[in-house]
Design a protein around this ligand. Sequence first.
Ligand code: GLC
Length: 713
Amino acid sequence: MKSYLMENGVKVFRYGEPIETGIIQGKMTATELNADLEIEFKKNNSSINLLLSPEDIVYGLGANLGGINKRGRTYESYCTDDPSHTEDKTKLYGAHNFFIISGDVSRGYFIDYPSMIKYDVGFKKTDILNIEITDENFTIYIIDGKSPSEVTSKFLTIIGRAYIPPKWGFGYFQSRWGYKDKGEILDIYNSFKENDIPIDGIYLDLDYMENFKDFSISDERFSDFKEFVTDLKKEGLYLVPIIDAGVKVEPGYDVYEEGIKGDHFCKDINGDPYVAAVWPGKVHFPDFLKDETQHWFGSKYKLLTDAGIEGVWNDMNEPAIFYDTKALDEAIEYAIESKGKNLDIHSFFSLKDKFTNLANKDAYYKSFYHLLGDKTLSNDEVHNLYGFYMTKSANLGLTKLLENKRFLLISRASSIGMHRFGGMWTGDNSSWWSHLELNIKMMPSLNMCGFFYTGADTGGFGGNCSGELLTRWLQFSVFTPLLRNHSAIGCRNQEPFSFDEQVTKNSKNIIKVRYRLLPYIYSEYMKAVSQYELMFKPLAFEYGESLAKETEDQLLFGNELMLTPVHSANQKGRYVFLPEKMAEITLGSESLEVEIKSDKIHYMDYGLENIKFYLRKNSILPLVRPSQNVKNMDTSMMDVVAYVDEKAHYTLLDDDGITYDFEKGEKFVTNISIEWKKDDYEINVSNNNSSVKELNFKVIDSRGNMTVKKINL
Ligand code: GLC
């Protein structure tokens, strides 16, 4: 074991000869440290036991099932394409190996290891957190802090700043697997306009391609693509096409030919390009772990950027495998042999399983290889890095192609480290109430692991969504930086106007509220990523009460708000726990109501027509008028709602939203201070944002007295 110390006091313990994953960015100095860890090394398995005291909370593990407190469950880290996120599952699409044990003190652990890790968080034994790593070579980072916030900040610092999308990426996006052609995309967009529902973009799923070939555009369904993209962009509507990991095997197809010629594909045991099957049938997987391949594949996005595209989503990059030819042939052979036989229960089920278990078999990932530096490694050994490096490849390509312009980029598979290159969505969830609840609980864990530009498929991807579920989901998703309503082919249409009039009206109102909140959401995003703080926080990160530690369906959002979403059916409201006096805000597209609430627990009426949340004491929230899209957002006149007992301050950060010039200090800053002096509020505003001209203040005090003031700048 070798030990190191990082600049911010993080301790690093390196066992054996770990693979260089590229996840961590911070600098290390060699030192003599005692790891203080009980590790049992066996062949291909290292087992670590950490003690949990009864009051300890375990936070983290990013995209996974379970609650905010991860205790009482098992988890696995192995990026997996499994669309059925039922309660018994242990892994999803991400591998996010950071967690915190928080009790009297807080200690964070990050395991830098790119293959399967299993966690038993007090499941078999209540007081033991057991970690099984399938190797003897790995690195553990131990991060001590006074509080879980301090630990997370230190961790976020060593993994590096999160990806920053363009401002239009914070708008509302519609998506559906099944929008078949230009005509349908236009119809969808026009329906948004006719219904006066704001929208910033439409995702293009795989039907825009020619036979599911990456970097191809169907001439039949999407002719004159450039013109189409450009015309829509003029109106402020962005198209975001999908790119899948597998490249179709087809002689004559440029991406395939270049990949073969440049030796860019993963190899099988014989050194030939590995053949798997995904959407187009047979595919090869680019070996994204190779620098040259990252640059080559990244350069292919030119086909899209040349057409005016400024955003993409990378999919199926666990990588997902429907079948490989060997396993399919075996299944077919087995079926032929079974023909005409009297199949008893065992032989019938083994026949059935041959086909139903064809997808994503463990054996596939052991049978193809990457080149990392001068080492040949099976995919299994570096499995969790595939989505990360595919996204890095896209990021390198788009950065070069779009120069100083920011782009939207999300991925389905991820590991920590990828957060520097793109955002992520949480994969193929379902139109279930429990998945709305999962979405709520997952947001802080995702932030802890570096993912800020993230959100779930609002309304649920699989299954049929009810109007009520869509509405409730939107009420939460208006706060997630990535706000995308996406659904699967064959399911009920999920656009807000595909439901009855009332649902359409409510969804419209709620989406408009997103646009009212957008300057605040953007400002909080920029602060969180640059100051290495969470945007979505568990209540216990700031409040000491035991109830705060147990409350999992209320979240602090930014430094000012507390969210209390309704996540079950047929409710007119919900019980809310207020750790301190707060102002209850009811926000509609045109309306704003503020009421002081002091109860520790009270029942909050929460209808379907608008948004409710809480503004914390001595806090300020800026709002704008709703707009059709980010391009048309008008910040000249803002409402400022504040709950001030003594004094409050808010810094509203803004920038051009398009370029990286903010990194050179080109930011627009509006500083707002409100202080209670004798018998009135003194309001001070300093502003270098020339577009902000008029501020309409509504300031409420603890007794519920409201002061209204207008300030022209
Ligand atoms: C995957 C994606 C989903 C997409 C579908 C078709 O299941 O997760 O979002 O719609 O593939 O491309």
